[in-house]
Design a protein around this ligand. Sequence first.
Ligand code: SF4
Ligand code: SF4
Ligand code: SF4
Length: 181
Amino acid sequence: MSVVIAMAVLAVGALGAARILIATASPLRGSHDVALRIDRLLPQTQCGRCLYAGCRPYAEAIARGEARINQCPPGGAATIRRLARLLGVEPLALNPRHGTEVPASVVVIDEETCIGCTKCIQACPVDAILGAARQMHTVIAADCTGCELCIPPCPVDCIAVVPAPAATHAWRWPTPAEASG
Ligand code: SF4
Ligand code: SF4
Ligand code: SF4
């Protein structure tokens, strides 16, 4: 009987050791976990410039090995560095096919010109536009990601890009590793 108990104790110990080994050797377990962690590093602009339907689909494509880490212009070089560090790969230059890195921006609507067609509301992925049919529309600057998806549908060209106002909700502090270079 004591032999059986000893074997059971050994088996439990071996199982625990194996779990610890997996946890320490592979911090990025499973593509869902990886996609989640990648998505947290992306700027959440939801602009589609990476050629995916938003940040989360792009994160999932990277996790599956189907997309490279240099396809996000709003995130730019800083995001590429964070992704490279997370995935343990070399940073790449931003792929110009997806656009160039520009300062954070939002859009404003010229309310005098707006005809209230609602096309911008339908295009906005984050519900940052207020308005109703045949009424003047306006942008909630704090919610606008600057994705510019509302600009092409506007029939009277009354939406303009302006620099994003400095605000604590949009500020990203560097991690200790980034701060130390
Ligand atoms: S380009 Fe960047 S910010 Fe735009 S949707 Fe893709 S991951 Fe998100
Ligand atoms: S208001 Fe325009 S630029 Fe701002 S998030 Fe909505 S679609 Fe994008
Ligand atoms: S698309 Fe242009 S005209 Fe139409 S509601 Fe939006 S801002 Fe106004």
